[in-house]
Design a protein around this ligand. Structure first.
Ligand code: UD1
Length: 330
């Protein structure tokens, strides 16, 4: 029997749109559901798009039935950590409650395969620099908590109904489509590589280094930066895994090694061929010194083989995209 359609929520957003591109290029049937609050209509290219909220049960159910959906990939979420601290109910509403409604629709429409976009933020500030899937979860902000609660709902729904899911805990995602079709367009970005690229193209005055006195090799924070195309590929591997009746599982998605803020900024300077205006600042609240994935499990279970594990390659594609946005804003 032919596989059914994949419903991609948040498919017009940064990560979702890269996954949609890869799904479509291998001939999968896809329908995107996005309310366009953060996403962009043009990011889905020619993929069918339904403009709606994930929390709108009547509409979600209608889309599932009309398109013969058998798999959901759920990216739609708010993702800005400081905003989640200031407005937690927005995050519990749009992330946790909306996921609950989506799961309810899945049970009613007989959707039995689910890939969930989770986050390393569920670990909070782990005692060890490396986070394993078995590291205790202890989110320190409502964003991380809202995602962890969704993981728990998925676990329980899968156990009760026989649905199978893969929850991918992303580390620091960056980069953009190598062919330059789509990229990270999120306004008011706070993530390091995006902000540094904005600074080097002149969209910002300077880039701050938050903390230079950490117990790390050069005193700045260390993170596991992963190229969005490798991350997207992990979702296709996850799809193949659940289609082959793999058991529900939670997997870290990172490369398993990290770079410091200074190393990232040096890479941006190399890519741009010019110096960045840098300002050293005190530590940012809630930042762990080092957060790097233990990422053996995803390779072993999904057979995931990253192809772009190279900071300069990540940064180059981010910068190309930023330069394009300067020329033609989305
Ligand atoms: C952030 C989220 C995290 C989420 C992840 C992916 C926070 C506190 N954390 O991770 O929960 O899972 O995105 O969405 O928002 N830095 C600077 N200057 C900047 C920006 C960042 O020095 O202008 C430093 C940070 O201190 C950190 C590193 O760069 O050491 C990476 O920061 P960032 O890109 O914001 O991601 P995380 O905070 O690691």
């Amino acid at each position: 029997m032919d596989p059914g359609t994949i419903l991609v929520t948040g498919g017009a957003g940064y990560i979702g749109s890269h996954v949609v591109l890869q799904l479509r290029s291998r001939g999968e049937r896809v329908v995107v559901l996005d309310n366009l609050s953060m996403g962009f209509r043009q990011a889905v290219l020619d993929c069918p798009l339904v403009v709606a909220n994930v929390g709108d049960r009547a509409q979600v159910l209608a889309v599932m039935r009309e398109h013969g959906v058998d798999t959901v990939m759920h990216f739609a979420a708010n993702t800005v950590v400081p905003e989640s601290v200031a407005d937690p109910l927005k995050y519990y509403g749009n992330n946790t409650c909306a996921t609950r409604n989506l799961l309810k629709c899945c049970t009613e429409a007989g959707v039995r395969q689910f890939v969930f976009s989770s986050t390393a933020a569920v670990y909070g500030i782990p005692k060890e620099p490396f986070a394993e899937e078995t590291t205790p979860t202890a989110p320190i902000n409502p964003y991380g908590t809202s995602k962890l609660m969704s993981e728990w709902m998925l676990r329980d729904v899968s156990a009760a109904t026989g649905m199978r899911h893969v929850a991918l805990r992303y580390f620091n995602v960056a980069g953009s489509d190598s062919q330059g079709r789509i990229g990270q367009s999120t306004p008011k970005a706070t993530l390091l590589i995006k902000v540094a690229c904005e600074a080097v193209v002149g969209k910002r005055k300077e880039i701050a280094i938050f903390g230079t006195d950490y117990a790390t090799p050069d005193g700045t924070g260390v993170r596991d930066y992963i190229h969005v195309e490798d991350l997207a590929a992990a979702h296709l591997n996850a799809l193949d895994y659940i289609r082959a009746h793999g058991e529900s599982i939670v997997l870290n998605c990172g490369y398993g090694h990290g770079y410091s803020v200074r190393e990232v900024l040096a890479s941006v300077e190399r890519a741009a061929g010019k110096r960045l205006p840098v300002k050293e600042q005190p530590r940012r609240a809630g930042d762990p010194p080092t957060l790097v994935a233990r990422a053996e499990r995803i390779r072993a279970v999904l057979g995931w083989r990253p192809r772009l594990d190279d900071l300069d390659a990540i940064v180059r594609t981010s910068l190309h995209w930023e330069e394009r946005l300067q020329r033609e804003p989305w």
